[in-house]
Design a protein around this ligand. Structure first.
Ligand code: DNO
Length: 344
């Protein structure tokens, strides 16, 4: 495995040299953040990011994310041009050594939480999700913590209207259409696509969500068997679905898992959860068993410690401060080393 760390580009308050100081850090997971969704990422912008990483002696082999335009998810006629643009971005990224692209296919909203700073007894705080609270909100007038409100209320309304005709099946067909459109570029550039699961893994505000479970992955690989069609195994997103057996899934899909986001949850209700420190004992996911399954099944992808808490007085970007993610990386390095050595 290659240990990596998410870095939000030049605007990130965490300097690359701090990331480099974390033991075993091979590179960063980053993105070009100032190109509107749907447009091609020009080589100059990619080159600039790459040179910053080179200077810091960190690899830039994983991009998270190249966002997918809503018209592609909706299957609108404009999708062909947008898919062509996406394919060109893939080719451009390939020229700068990128090997894996994380993306998602969630309609309108990405990850959803109801609080970004739920305090714990020890003085730390973390993200949390309360289902009833979320469902009591009006999606047409949503101001959620952490959500980047890229739409005006009018745009959001129009978009939600458009999704009314989109069933789970239709959305899945649109995903397959998208993947078939970009696979030739992936073959050419040697890039693996790694779809991020829906977070949390259930429908939201009547919007379909289709990457939620074992069944979703079986369907996905059946429909697009190309080896460049793979997944980001996000333990927190999948783990919020109590129905998912994560060690089993890690083992079953290891050869398709190109990227692993590893984080911990503490359940507090049927659907509710609070994010916790990465250690198995800190929450309800057996991180040890998940890593063991990955290693034993020959997983050879990128790993990053996902969401950390705010600790030691840090007031970091929600989920993405330095300290707790660095502790997470150290813990995961230890698990991987122990399991890898013992498996030889
Ligand atoms: C949140 C992240 C997601 C993820 C995207 C991938 O912390 O895991 O925003 O980057 O869903 O496309």
């Amino acid at each position: 495995m290659k240990m990596t760390f998410r870095w939000y580009g030049e605007k990130d308050s965490i300097p690359l040299k701090y990331i480099k100081q974390i033991p075993n850090m091979s590179g960063v997971v980053t993105a070009v953040y100032d190109v509107p969704v749907g447009q091609v990422w020009e080589k100059e912008k990619i080159a600039r990011l790459k040179s910053l990483c080179d200077e810091a002696e960190l690899e830039m082999e994983v991009i998270e994310s190249v966002p997918v335009h809503e018209d592609i998810k909706l299957g609108k006629p404009t999708r062909d041009t947008l898919i062509k643009n996406y394919a060109e971005t893939i080719r451009n990224l390939g020229q700068y050594g990128v090997k894996c692209i994380c993306y998602n296919f969630m309609p309108v909203f990405d990850w959803l939480r109801t609080s970004l700073k739920t305090p714990a007894k020890d003085g730390s705080n973390s993200l949390s999700y309360n289902h009833a609270e979320l469902m009591s909100l009006d999606p047409k007038n949503l101001h959620l913590p952490g959500w980047d409100e890229s739409y005006t209320p009018k745009e959001l309304n129009a978009l939600l209207e458009e999704y009314k005709g989109v069933s789970h099946e239709k959305l899945f067909d649109n995903l397959v259409y998208f993947l078939n459109g970009i696979m030739p570029a992936c073959d050419e550039a040697g890039i693996n696509m790694a779809i991020h699961p829906d977070d949390p893994p259930w429908d939201m505000f009547g919007l379909p969500r289709i990457i939620t479970s074992e069944e979703s992955y079986d369907k996905l690989f059946d429909a697009v068997p190309n080896k460049h069609n793979g997944i980001t195994f996000c333990t927190g997103s999948l783990g919020a679905g109590r129905f998912n057996d994560l060690p089993k899934m890690a083992s079953k899909y290891a050869s398709r898992i190109y990227f692993a986001h590893i984080r911990q949850l503490k359940y507090c209700g049927d659907k509710d959860f609070t994010e916790a420190g990465h250690l198995t004992a800190s929450g309800d996911l057996d991180i040890y068993a998940i890593v063991k399954s990955l290693v034993k099944a020959g997983f050879d992808g990128y790993v990053r410690p996902d969401h950390g808490r705010n600790i030691w007085g840090e007031d970091g970007k929600p989920g993405y401060g330095l300290y707790d993610r660095a502790l997470g990386a150290a813990y995961l390095n230890g698990l991987f080393e122990a399991i890898e050595k013992e498996s030889k």
